[in-house]
Design a protein around this ligand. Structure first.
Ligand code: NI
Length: 257
């Protein structure tokens, strides 16, 4: 079974010099499927272009909480059309990020709710970005009944108590390079606690490269390190982690091969 990278940003300028070479070589390194995630109108547009160029690359359409200042009715309409494109598998990344309180929390919340409503309308799962906003994110997920759409909590950064809440609602947790960091005690606990059936692998590349490549540009080629680390924490084989998380990812994104 090949690796499924559930969250990448290959449109990022960090890949401008060698994007095609890198993407074309992934399959030979055991990386089977990529979901490239939009974080703004522009990156959603670039995601759509990438999905047309590479058969193994799918996309998500959405605006990251810190970029929601650019949204208005016109762009919501545009996003709705993008989300209906054939290779768009999710609405995301959407959510709340109070680490950078830009724009104001009320603005972030408004567009989070609107984009959840879009996901409901187009019947797609959601990719949730939540940073320093644990309570408000959970409140909105519950009040909007987002479990009916389902989805993934990307780059999960909270503790086991919150993990339990999301797991109960059927959400997947996205696990990436951070799990390999020596100081990521909380996340290691979460990975031990969560059922393997609800974990998916993600890079968030070009960011968050795992050990031993921490600090360098990340790509899907680093996912075996993440899988290995999860395997150690759970006391199972790396192959099992890869095959189960890949099947989870197919279920998450309603992708049947
Ligand atoms: Ni991301």
């Amino acid at each position: 079974m090949k690796i499924f990278d559930t969250h990448a940003h290959y449109n990022n300028e960090a890949f401008d010099a060698d994007r095609d070479e890198l993407l074309s070589g992934l399959d030979a390194h055991g990386i089977g499927t990529i979901v490239n995630v939009g974080a703004s109108i522009q990156s959603t547009r670039e995601t759509l272009e990438l999905t047309k160029r590479y058969p193994f690359l799918y996309g998500a359409a959405g605006v990251h909480p810190n970029e929601t200042g650019e949204l208005d009715e016109h762009w919501m309409e545009w996003l709705g059309q993008a989300a209906r494109e054939e290779k768009i598998l999710a609405v995301g990344e959407i959510g709340l990020d109070y680490h950078w309180d830009e724009p104001a929390p009320e603005v972030q919340k408004y567009w989070f709710v609107r984009q959840l409503a879009l996901a409901r309308e187009v019947k797609l799962p959601v990719i949730i970005h939540s940073r320093d906003a644990a309570k408000d994110t959970l409140d909105i997920i519950k009040s909007e009944q987002a479990k009916e759409m389902g989805g993934v909590i990307h780059c999960f950064s909270y503790g086991t108590d919150l993990a339990r809440e999301y797991l109960k609602m059927g959400f997947y947790l996205g696990i990436g390079g951070v799990v390999t960091f020596g100081n990521a005690k909380k996340l290691k606990e979460v990975v031990k606690y969560a059922p393997l059936d609800q974990l998916v692998l993600e890079t968030d590349c070009p960011y968050l490269s795992p050990e031993p490549n921490r600090g360098k540009r990340n790509s899907s080629l680093n996912l075996p390190y993440v899988a290995e680390h999860i395997a150690q924490l759970k006391g199972i084989s790396t192959e099992e982690v890869i095959s189960v998380t890949s099947r989870n990812a197919q279920r998450l994104y309603h992708l049947c091969f």
